[in-house]
Ligand binder design. Structure first.
Ligand SMILES: Nc1ncnc2c1ncn2[C@@H]1O[C@H](COP(=O)(O)OP(=O)(O)OP(=O)(O)O)[C@@H](O)[C@H]1O
Length: 229
């Protein structure tokens, strides 16, 4: 049993606007929610409503214009960019629609990269990376190049990379959006099963009802705010 406790995520009055024409468009207009530790939440909503924007704010990639984002008691909005990057590397796993694997690194090197960047690549890390790849059906594929893998296999590598550092929070932006139906279902099952096993808190942006159904909870972002649905 792996001991990883997910963090509680608290969003309070989060706002974010982008320039539009001569004015600004308030994409997020006071978003508040609490994600329970170890919960899996699907974030849905119409195209352009701000789902990726919100995910990027929670990841600390961008700061919000207002409000606060707290992960496991750490207020991200109180951190500068360097500290947010360090926090993200240490505590947050990210999965993207287009996998974002580095083509010049092998499968295992891709999985280990975030921890190398964080100075945490010891023997235990490599062991966990290999175990995760095996859990994801990629045992024996560690030395291959990403481009030799199918889309579903590449996304499994990205899931291993996201979980290898024992994150407290996993953020996934359309993780099955670039996969065909059957592959998408298998990848979704793996992601949910491993997240539940590790007890990691998960927020998944998705247009897929199949994926949203696997979550414990569904939040809809519409007109700048979140509703339970
Ligand atoms: N860097 C930016 N500069 C200006 N406008 C932006 C920027 N990023 C996003 N936007 C705008 O903010 C709005 C929300 O974008 P976002 O990508 O967060 O939506 P989304 O809900 O994830 O959409 P989709 O489901 O289509 O991926 C869109 O109107 C988009 O054009």
């Amino acid at each position: 049993m792996i001991e990883t406790a997910g963090s509680e995520v608290q969003l309070s009055g989060v706002t974010r606007a982008y320039p539009e024409g001569d004015g600004v468009r308030r994409v997020l207009d006071g978003v508040s929610a609490t994600l329970a530790p170890g919960s899996i939440t699907a974030l849905v909503g119409p195209s352009g409503c701000g789902k990726s924007t919100l995910l990027n704010l929670i990841a600390g990639i961008d700061p919000p214009d207002g409000g606060s984002i707290s992960i496991g008691g750490t207020d991200l909005t109180g951190l500068d960019e360097t500290a947010r990057t360090r926090f993200r590397r240490r505590h947050i796993g990210l999965v993207f629609q287009f996998f974002n694997l580095l083509p010049t690194l092998t499968v295992e090197e891709n999985v280990l990269l975030p921890q190398q960047l964080d100075g945490r690549d010891d023997a235990g890390t490599a062991q966990r990376a290999r175990a995760l790849l095996a859990d994801l059906g990629l045992g024996g594929r560690e030395g291959e190049w990403p481009e030799h893998l199918s889309g579903g296999e590449q996304q499994r590598v990205a899931i291993a990379r996201a979980l290898a550092g024992r994150p407290r929070l996993l953020l996934a932006d359309e993780p099955t959006g670039n996969l065909d139906g059957e592959t998408a279902e298998a990848v979704a099952d793996s992601l949910v099963a491993l997240a539940e096993r590790d007890g990691v808190t998960v927020l998944l942006v998705t247009h897929s009802d199949e994926l949203a159904r696997r979550a414990h909870r569904r939040l809809t972002l519409r007109a700048g705010g979140l509703t339970e649905a």
